[in-house]
Write a protein that binds this ligand. Structure first.
Ligand code: SF4
Length: 322
């Protein structure tokens, strides 16, 4: 499967998209926070990221959903910092504390090429919402040098519609979180006032661009939307409304990943509503809602996933054994 951006690269359209995206950095509105700082002059807003991106690690990742990891791994690039501030983030060393190295476009392009050379099925951008212009900048170089793998946009769902429009025909697989139906929860636990409005519009736009997930003969994703929903304790996420929206306003054909891996990390212990793992009953209740809404494709987890999926970003491969 060849990434759809390859043609855009040949016609020069990819470079045009990069140019347009860079205009958003000058008075930053790359994400819905609209901080208005001049990132071209290295000013920093909520996401603490200036002109250059930081990368925490890049590696073949075998722990994503089966259509994304396949049998050769997903070529994952973990970007530092984030435009949300989830107090329970399992990647808080990189998303809050900014662990990682500043990377120029040439180096970022090289990472993509190396992941392709290692046989990965795709290039998986983790936490890309605040650095889309810089990703496009590196992609222009990588595509000219032979990158052809499909691209996965692996975000928290807090994405700007204008930026997403620049990604049409560039991104093959969207894999957003759909975290909350409650803005009160989003405010308390992720520092975000308008998560519901922004994420619902973003997910609809993603589905409009790429449609339902399509797999090749080996079950590996080629194109489409996969939505992740992390079940939280005490129904903090408002899961019923999340599933209802997806089913009724987007499509029952959305490939849904219902995640049971919640583990109270970082500052989660400061609030008793989220200071524990979820119970079997809590997860099973959300599963039964999803079945009632008749989603065509759904990926579920064992509750033991809370141990399996905790990454260690001190390692070169945060999800590996070495
Ligand atoms: S990308 Fe960063 S600086 Fe720009 S609006 Fe979003 S949080 Fe603010």
């Amino acid at each position: 499967m060849i990434g759809s951006y390859v043609n855009l690269s040949k016609t020069g359209e990819l470079e045009q998209r990069r140019k347009t995206a860079f205009k958003f950095l000058e008075k930053c509105s790359v994400c819905p926070r609209n901080c208005s700082v001049n990132r071209l002059k290295n000013e920093k807003g909520f996401c603490q990221t200036g002109r250059r991106v930081k990368v925490s690690s890049f590696c073949p990742h075998h722990g994503e959903e089966p259509p994304i990891s396949g049998h050769k791994g997903s070529g994952t690039i973990f970007f530092s910092y984030c435009n949300l501030a989830c107090i329970f983030c399992q990647n808080y060393e990189i998303s809050h504390q900014g662990e990682g190295d500043e990377t120029d476009p040439r180096e970022l392009a090289d990472m993509m090429i190396k992941l392709q050379e290692r046989g990965c099925h795709n290039i998986n951008f983790v936490s890309p919402s605040h650095i889309i212009p810089q990703i496009l900048e590196a992609l222009v170089i990588a595509a000219e040098e032979g990158l052809t793998l499909p691209l996965v946009y692996n975000s928290n769902g807090y994405d700007s519609l204008e930026m997403l429009s620049l990604l049409e025909g560039v991104i093959d697989i969207y894999m957003p979180d759909f975290k909350y139906s409650s803005d009160k929860s989003a405010k308390s636990f992720s520092g975000c006032d308008d998560y519901w409005k922004v994420s619902t519009l973003a997910i609809k736009e993603m589905f409009r661009q790429v449609g339902p997930l399509k797999l090749d003969h080996d079950g590996v994703a080629e194109r489409g939307l996969l939505v992740r929903h992390l079940v939280l304790p005490n129904d903090i996420a408002g899961s019923y409304e999340v599933l209802k929206y997806l089913s009724e306003k987007v499509s029952k054909e959305v490939y849904l990943s219902l995640m049971a891996q919640y583990h109270p990390c970082y500052k989660a212990y400061t609030d008793k509503k989220i200071s524990r793992r979820i119970t079997n009953d809590e997860y099973n209740r959300v599963l039964s809602w999803a079945k009632d809404f008749s989603f065509c494709d759904m990926y579920c987890q064992q509750l033991s996933s809370a141990d399996i999926f905790l990454p260690d970003f001190d390692k070169k491969n945060p999800f590996g054994n070495h």
